[in-house]
Ligand binder design. Structure first.
Ligand code: FAD
Length: 623
């Protein structure tokens, strides 16, 4: 007899083994267990400053910002008696560092770039400010787990602006290239989104219903996925091997099914499949290579509360969290590339780092792990004619607080007949000259200045920014990697500008309101740009690829902070999942390992108690 394809005898072995393991584990913890560190969390209601901050409170003074975010590495700035060193200041590093600081640890953050923030940093050129790696984030409603964690990191100072209720527009095919194009607004109300899809593709109504009910089922199982990373590795593996994970959660039963496989089975229209898969650009692995579960995780992230944007731009994230680190005696220093980890010769324990002033070689040390795809980014600064104000001009209502996703933007008939995976594969296999002349098959376009209520005061209401992102093949640019940033030669510039100009043309076709504005700034970034500012080996933007093998339960359990020698812990998106929230979760797991306590449970308990008002009058022990 078999249950879920697993024989009863295997089950018995699994259950007996598991029980034995738990007993031994509890005994060993009781006898030898490390004492847990301090709970770092502050009662959420105590973080919220009264009166509430508003967009006018964002500090605009550049030297005030630089004095926090651009402190150069020098020997004299290294604090005495450090408890921890964090390498890299992306959201993963900052989360780990601030949580340790809240647990009264003195932390030094070392960043190779000239500004703190990793993918959350911004840059300013000709008065236009651009975010490089944060366009929108889900689940940021007050009281949510994710929001409470972000509040803890930033002392409750970071403010979030909800995007439009219809936060994404997906357009499949082109406006006037012949054939029909499809345009759907994605909303934070998933029932409404499902209804809109069924209206546009009535023949696939049953498949749409099945897809959304799967999203609901997978939403419930995600806790166990994170739990695997907190359990001791052998116990996590036992749960996986015994099949118990699959028994308790649909999450594990669907992990090995690719998004494409699922859609091919349930949906007939290619343009609908593309629409349902539209945001795979958010994690960078095409539908045939990734799991339907990861895609569901992302859709569930956005389809319940919509999208949010940090008021003041993403650099506010690091600007508000560095003071938390400093308050505990720590520092966050830039131009500090770490070239090696120093280990104690006898114990093998990591005890320090070497900082090398020149740039360091970038390699993936574990060849079993593949890096994800690289990307092209276009940053455009647009000036409005005198008398027009971007924040109130109805011409921009359709792109205010909304992103655009263009799929097959130059070929409506292909969008109806060819699957997205084949279109992406065909594009990425072009040679550089062909790529320069081709239309990218997927574009993400966003207008960050129209998302941020502090923009008009900070940067001027007659300025508007546009950022466009698409996939790129690292090999198109690898021959230029030895050149210095900004000095890579004419061929490199011609290639990247040709691709960038085409991206802009395709966006202008869909957004006539920006087509006639004066272009004051036009900058194109390639995978080499990403390699430069976040030190990614092949210019990939989402760290490790999100393929089926990386997402498999065993890899999930294995990719955890404690992968290196004792004393060295990993953080960020690569031990969790890509994205701002994935990076934060990586930091939370890392701080959990460093403090030897389950911080996910700690924060959940605190939020619950705070919501019930149980703790309102007492301050937590950490304070
Ligand atoms: C174009 C783009 C758009 C994106 N859009 C979104 C979005 O809209 N929403 C969302 O949620 N996510 C988005 N993401 C993804 C998100 O930004 C990342 O997943 C997340 O920020 C990664 O955080 P991290 O801390 O793991 O890594 P990173 O932010 O990459 O930080 C790593 C840091 O470590 C530093 N470093 C590396 N090696 C060394 C060394 N040896 N010494 C010192 N420092 C070192 C790097 O310079 C870098 O600052 C986007 C990413 C990109 C690139």
């Amino acid at each position: 007899m078999a249950l879920f394809g697993i024989s009863i005898s295997m089950w018995l072995v699994g259950v007996i083994g598991l029980s034995l393991y738990i007993v031994l584990y509890v005994i060993s913890i009781t006898i030898y267990g490390k004492k847990p560190g301090r709970n770092p969390f502050v009662l959420p209601s105590l973080l919220v400053k009264k009166p509430e901050r508003t967009a006018d409170d964002v500090i605009n003074n550049q030297s005030a910002r630089d004095s926090v975010l651009r402190q150069n590495f020098t020997g004299s700035r290294i604090p005495e008696r450090l408890d921890a060193i964090v390498i890299g200041s992306g959201i993963g590093g900052l989360t780990a560092a601030t949580l340790l600081a809240r647990a009264r640890k003195r932390v030094l953050v070392l960043e190779q770039h000239d500004v703190i923030g990793g993918c959350c940093h911004t840059f300013v050129d000709k008065g236009y400010e651009f975010d490089v790696g944060i366009h929108y984030i889900g689940e940021m409603r007050p009281g949510s787990f994710v929001r409470c964690l972000a509040d803890q990191l930033t002392d409750g100072k970071l403010m979030w602006q909800p995007l439009d209720v219809d936060f994404d527009r997906v357009i499949v095919g082109c406006v006037d290239g012949g054939g029909k194009n499809r345009s759907v607004l994605v909303t934070g109300d998933r029932k409404e989104f499902a209804k809109r899809l069924a209206q546009e593709w009535p023949d696939d109504a049953a498949g749409i219903e099945a897809f959304f009910s799967l999203l609901d089922r997978l939403k419930r199982g995600s806790k166990l996925y994170w739990g695997l990373k907190l359990l001791p590795l052998p116990l996590a593996r036992l749960l996986i091997k015994s099949g118990l994970c699959g028994l308790f959660s649909a999450y594990f039963r669907y992990l090995h099914i690719s998004l494409k496989q699922y859609l091919d089975q349930h949906i007939s229209s290619e343009s609908l499949k593309s629409t349902l898969a539209y945001c795979f650009g958010d994690y960078g692995t095409p539908p045939g290579e990734t799991s339907v579960v990861l895609h569901a995780l992302l859709l569930n992230h956005f389809l319940r509360q919509g999208g949010f944007y940090p008021i003041g731009g993403p650099s506010e994230i690091s600007f508000c969290s560095v003071p938390v680190i400093e308050k505990a005696g720590g520092r966050a220093l830039v131009r500090a590339p770490v070239s090696s980890i120093v280990c104690n010769e006898t114990t093998g324990r990591a005890v320090g780092v070497t900082v090398q002033r020149s740039r360091i070689p970038r390699t993936l040390t574990d060849c079993q792990l593949r890096s994800g795809h690289g990307a092209m980014s276009v940053f455009i600064g647009l000036r409005l004619p005198p008398g027009r104000c971007a924040s109130t001009d109805p011409a921009f209502d359709d792109i205010r607080g909304r992103n655009l996703w263009l799929l097959s933007p130059s070929d409506s008939s292909a969008a109806e007949t060819v699957d997205l995976q084949s279109i992406v594969n065909a594009y990425l296999s072009l040679d550089p000259q062909e790529a320069a002349a081709a239309d990218p098959p997927l574009l993400f376009a966003s207008f960050p200045s129209l998302k941020d209520p502090s923009w008009p005061r900070r940067r001027g209401d007659d300025r508007l920014t546009c950022a466009i992102v698409t996939f790129a093949n690292w090999d198109w640019f690898s021959q230029y990697q030895e050149g210095r940033s900004g000095h890579r030669g004419r061929d490199y510039n011609e290639l990247k500008n040709a691709i960038g100009r085409r991206m802009w043309e395709l966006v202008k076709c869909q957004v006539p309101a920006v087509a006639d504005l004066e272009v004051e700034l036009f900058q194109v970034g390639t995978p080499l740009t990403n390699q430069h500012y976040i030190n990614s080996p092949r210019g990939e933007i989402y760290g490790l690829d999100h393929s089926l093998s990386r997402l498999a339960p065993d890899s999930c359990a294995q990719l955890r902070p404690e992968m290196g020698p004792p004393g060295l812990l990993l953080t960020g998106q690569d031990v969790a999942i890509c994205g701002f929230v994935g990076g934060m979760m990586g930091g939370l797991l890392c701080a959990s390992a460093a403090l030897n306590r389950n911080l996910i449970a700690d924060l959940a308990k605190l939020i619950q108690a705070d919501a019930k008002g149980i703790l309102r009058r007492e301050r937590p022990k950490a304070e």
